[in-house]
Design a protein around this ligand. Sequence first.
Ligand code: HEM
Length: 407
Amino acid sequence: THLNPNASNETNESNETSSPDFFTASFTQNPYPVYEKLRKDDPVFKVMFPSGEFGWIISRYEDAVQILKDPRFSKDIVKRYGTEGKSIFSKNMLFSDPPDHRRLRGLVQKAFTPKLVADMRSHIQSIADDLLGKLPSQEKMNLIDDFAFPLPIIVISEILGVPLEDRDQFRMWSNTVIEASTGKNEELFQQHEREFIEYLTDWFAKVRKDPGQDLISQLVIAEESGEQLTEKELLGVISLLIIAGHETTVNLIGNGILALLEHPEQRDLLIREPELIHQAIEEMLRYNGPVEFSTSRWASEDMEFRGQQITKGELVVVALDSANRDEEQFKDPDVFDITREKSAHLAFGKGIHLCLGAPLARLEGEIAVSTLINRFPNMKLQKDVDTLEWRPGMVVRGIKEIPVLLK
Ligand code: HEM
């Protein structure tokens, strides 16, 4: 997949990476010691990805900012591979350079302005209350499946206007696409991608006949006018929103609550001083950000960067979770401190591709975390933290299941 053509946790021994522990399962469980070493010894680190392509991992904060803002690092898949390819994702703002990027982002931006998002507060609050009210047991739950996952899904499904009943399918398709970065199951990926495309194409046809107020209807109308959006772009943009909506905020909530459970004094502080919630969310994003490897860029020309010779066509991947623990940028970076002053973390990226969904993700995170800790102040992990399993793949960083005792 183009979404992350570059990373795997699975293929280690046979992989010719120069760092033996880079793509291992223990890396997935805790990448921070490896990142620390990279920042110190190999901040611009050459690696051969399982796809056979050479590329670079950028681990320092300052370099990350520079790369994310430098237009010589292109995201445009068509320019790189010479073809749009068949992939559902090959045409959207995340994989375009200006001017296409500006046009595609502009069409969607209107739906995610801070003002529009802020107006959704009471509705998102009622979704959160509802989910917690309907738990099968008030004694325990799986934080991911019962709460962190459904909340953002309900919200994004409503914004897009797709039926909530189909959410299990969306989840399956999104997970396959994200985990395809492990290179494990190409056939399954293709099958799910085909189903995803068919579903969306049918849905667009239905919406075309009877458009509503939702975002898909607005984009379908833009596509029909012929000038702003092609059918392929429509598919690319909508599938990106569905995947972004399914794979990111869930992990902000999951990783964030986990950090509070591991640091009960921080949780108690947040219960005592609820106005700290904004800073707490920023610290959660910094401490264990949901997007680990910002989707790759590639060098559009030969260049020297920090003394390394980067060749035209090579991939460059920014390790956001490493940049966010850079000791040059953050004091005591491994300490989880919800009173940390405004931290300028990179969890939402930087530059023209800065996350479009950031205002929504922040609001969902705030509501989810506050509601949960106020309702269940004594919540505890049901398992030892070291036995929790982090999801494979290196695009998103999140935990598969978090069983908790609520009382
Ligand atoms: C882009 C992170 C939630 C939509 C990005 C990028 C990052 C990111 C790092 C930039 C990638 C790059 O530069 O290669 C996150 C995190 C989230 C989150 C950490 C949750 C905590 C969302 C949500 C949506 C969304 C909820 C929409 C529903 C997008 C879109 C882009 C994007 C459309 C592409 C923007 C562009 O290329 O101009 N996100 N995201 N994200 N995100 Fe998010």
